[in-house]
Design a protein around this ligand. Structure first.
Ligand code: ZN
Ligand code: ZN
Ligand code: ZN
Length: 382
């Protein structure tokens, strides 16, 4: 967890402390008075971040109350950052840009033309969420959403390279915000709508290993419960049969039947308990937002479907060294090939232009998000 040591060191240094590294995985802190008060620490402290602690060190981990103490120290600072990168140190576009676009523009019912590639600036919004999933176990995770505000595409490929690039910048050398008014800012409502559409799917994908583990444990418990109650049922049924054979009276048989019913009821109650035990709730908080403007190579494209045309663009980012991907304009999946709708030339995935389940008419779910334009049947995602 030496990353955490680095973060704590930078924060304490910024708050006026003198910080020195000590091994194994620790720091020695000489804190000024306000910092001593804010963190309830003495003037001289040693902190340890690894399994093994340096001499006289207190243990500081993400799970301990130190995250709250340091969070309290920061308050709202560091929640929203606006930065701007210039084009100096960035890579140039690969020599065969046409190949990049051929790979991306796989469309089944339309054609396209690459009009030009130009140097442009664009603005990205990188949102960082903390996820907490709780079922029989608890799991914390961090999830990023990154979008290009110029065309509303997801810029997932940019997240990791961008974070490592920003981390590699020396302190004091951080890029300055610029007065970048070349592009209208996405307002709060637009960002909120975007997050509402994209986050649930991302959370599901991110939590799928956790979910799979949980389902395995739940399956095992269900099997055990089933085996146990099946045995009980068999025994009770056998006793009932024996009593019948012995010609015992209705009262005796009734007792066994009641026992069978009770076993059945108990089984269903236990199943319901298990479902409650394994039900998962997920909470998420926006913990940080970064707005970044930077240079890109813009691929201006013309989509052509029958007699209609539509201009779009995709950006090649010099930090990720990748051309961004197209996304279905309805469900935001990136499943190729894309389809282009007749009315508005939306780029959509096959399932968002599928036939109506009632009348069979094929229609675009981006044009008609709630119901079929022919028969009015409500669509699956409305
Ligand atoms: Zn779709
Ligand atoms: Zn229909
Ligand atoms: Zn459409």
């Amino acid at each position: 967890m030496s990353d955490f040591r680095g973060i704590v060191s930078s924060i304490l240094t910024a708050e006026g402390a003198i910080v020195e590294q000590v091994e194994p995985e620790g720091i020695e802190v000489l804190a000024p008075e306000p910092l001593q008060k804010a963190l309830s620490i003495p003037e001289w402290t040693r902190m340890g971040f690894g399994l093994e602690l340096p001499d006289q060190a207190v243990r500081v981990t993400l799970e301990s109350d130190w995250t709250e103490r340091i969070g309290g120290l920061l308050g709202d600072r560091g929640r929203f950052l606006v930065i701007s990168l210039d084009r100096n140190s960035f890579s140039k576009l690969p020599s065969d840009p046409e190949r990049l676009i051929r790979h991306e523009m796989v469309m089944d019912n339309a054609t396209y033309r690459l009009k030009e590639i130009v140097e442009e600036r664009t603005r990205y919004l990188l949102l960082t969420f903390r996820l907490t999933a709780v079922s029989d176990e608890k799991r914390d995770d961090i999830l990023h959403l990154c979008l290009n505000e110029s065309n509303g595409t997801m810029a997932d490929d940019l997240v990791d390279p961008l974070l490592s690039y920003l981390n590699s910048l020396k302190a004091g050398n951080a890029p300055e915000p610029e007065d970048d008014d070349f592009l209208a800012l996405w307002g709060a409502q637009k960002v909120r709508d975007f997050v509402k559409r994209t986050l649930p799917g991302r959370i599901r994908t991110r939590l799928s290993p956790f979910l799979a583990g949980m389902e395995r444990r739940m399956g095992r418990d269900m099997d055990r419960l089933y085996a146990y109650h099946t045995d009980l049922r068999h025994e009770a049924a056998k006793r009932l049969e024996d009593k019948k054979q012995k010609g015992l009276g209705e009262d005796e048989l009734k007792k066994e039947r009641m026992r069978l019913d009770a076993i059945e009821r108990e089984y269903h109650a236990k199943i319901a308990d298990l479902q409650r035990k394994y039900a998962m709730t997920v909470e998420f908080d926006l913990i940080q937002a970064l707005r970044l403007t930077m240079p890109v190579y813009r691929f201006r494209l013309l989509i052509m479907r029958r007699k209609e045309k539509r201009n779009i663009h995709l950006d090649w980012n010099p930090v990720s060294k990748k051309l961004e991907s197209l996304f279905c304009e309805r469900c935001l999946s990136s499943l190729k090939p894309y389809w282009v709708c007749d009315d508005n030339l939306h780029l959509i995935c096959p399932s968002c232009i599928s036939p109506c389940s009632s009348c069979g008419k094929t229609y675009c779910r981006a044009c008609h998000p709630t119901k079929c334009p022919k028969c009015g049947h409500r669509s699956y995602s409305s």
